[in-house]
Design a protein around this ligand. Structure first.
Ligand code: UDP
Length: 328
């Protein structure tokens, strides 16, 4: 029997890559997405239900009808500076809606759950490499809203012996699938690689570098950039692990290597062949100086073997996506 998976946020950037990977591996997929930032065309497998997670009646009808074996929960708001400006919206969408989803799943006895978490739960860690035992001290509402959901999942798994989950803490996800015709398609681009490539394309006059006085070798922030297809594979492994009876757990997803903003800008210039303008400006609120994953746990426990640990490849696939004729 094919396993049946509901993917919330399956029309979004990461969700759509996971829906593609699930479809290719023979899972039955249903995407539940309000299309606030996602796109209908990005859902390459299975049905799409356009609804909000706050709409409990629709949510319950969908769960009752589809009878999922597991749920993967991507639907969330993800822009750090926006979360600083609009904390209530972030807590509502990321934390309260996760509760709605979990309540609905409990009604129908769905006990297998994969959660999109984030390295933002670590805040400003004391070490360069962050492992899963590094204390959680988020420094922005986005990270706090995700951390709260992690706590809820943990408490639920203690309260209900049958409920098992995996939280995947993503570092900086970028790049695009080469065959799917999918990629990052937010109306407002805020992430560094996308922003740099759109500047190269002429959509913005210049790229701003937010802060050059960080305690890092070149003064700009360091992040662990991870190709979205490697991340999708991590989800497949986590799902198989839970479906095989694995216990609840938390895993970092990153390569274990960091690049500064300046290094990313250099790579974007190299890949695009454009010497686009850069302006050094003040720090952006809520940015930790460096976040790099210790990903030994997911490699050892789930057997994750990333294929695309290469900044040039990541930027190149993102550039191909940016410059491709896009379906809208
Ligand atoms: N950044 C930047 N200019 C931009 C966008 C981002 O200098 O136009 C920096 C940002 O301050 C951070 C890093 O790039 O240090 C990664 O930011 P992004 O928004 O891509 O991801 P985040 O780490 O916030 O999830």
């Amino acid at each position: 029997m094919k396993k049946r998976i509901i993917v919330t946020g399956g029309a979004g950037y990461i969700g759509s890559h996971v829906v593609k990977a699930l479809g290719e591996r023979g899972y039955d997929v249903l995407t539940y997405d309000n299309l606030s930032t996602g796109n209908r065309w990005a859902v390459l497998h299975g049905d799409l239900v356009v609804a909000d997670l706050s709409d409990s009646a629709t949510l319950e009808r969908v769960i009752r009808g589809f009878r999922p074996d597991a749920v993967m929960h991507f639907a969330a708001s993800i822009v750090v500076p926006e979360s600083v400006r609009e904390p209530l919206r972030y807590y509502r969408n990321n934390t309260v809606n996760a509760i709605h989803l979990l309540e609905a799943l409990q009604k129908f006895g769905v006990n297998t759950f994969i959660f999109s978490s984030t390295a933002a739960v670590y805040g400003i860690p004391g070490t360069m490499l962050v492992n899963e035992n590094t204390p959680l001290h988020p420094i922005n509402p986005y990270g706090s809203s995700k951390m709260m959901t992690e706590y809820i999942l943990k408490d639920l798994s203690v309260a209900l012996g049958d409920f098992r989950y995996v939280s995947l803490r993503y570092f900086n996800v970028a790049g695009a699938d080469r065959e799917g015709g999918i990629g990052q398609a937010y109306k407002e681009a805020t992430h560094l690689i996308t922003r740099a490539l759109k500047t190269a394309k002429g959509e913005f006059q210049k790229l701003q570098i937010f802060g050059t006085d960080y305690p890092t070798p070149d003064g700009t922030c360091i992040r662990d950039y991870l190709h979205v297809d490697d991340l999708a594979e991590a989800h497949i492994l986590a799902l198989q692990y839970l479906l095989d009876g694995g216990r609840s757990d938390v895993f970092n997803c990153g390569y274990g290597r960091g690049y500064s903003v300046r290094e990313v800008v250099g790579m974007a210039r190299k890949v695009t062949g454009m010497d686009f303008s850069v302006e050094e400006t003040a720090r952006r609120e809520g940015d930790p100086p460096a976040l790099v994953a210790d990903s030994s746990k997911i490699r050892e426990k789930l057997g994750w073997r990333p294929q695309y640990d290469n900044l040039e490849y990541i930027v190149k696939t993102a550039w191909e996506w940016e410059t491709a004729k896009r379906k809208t």
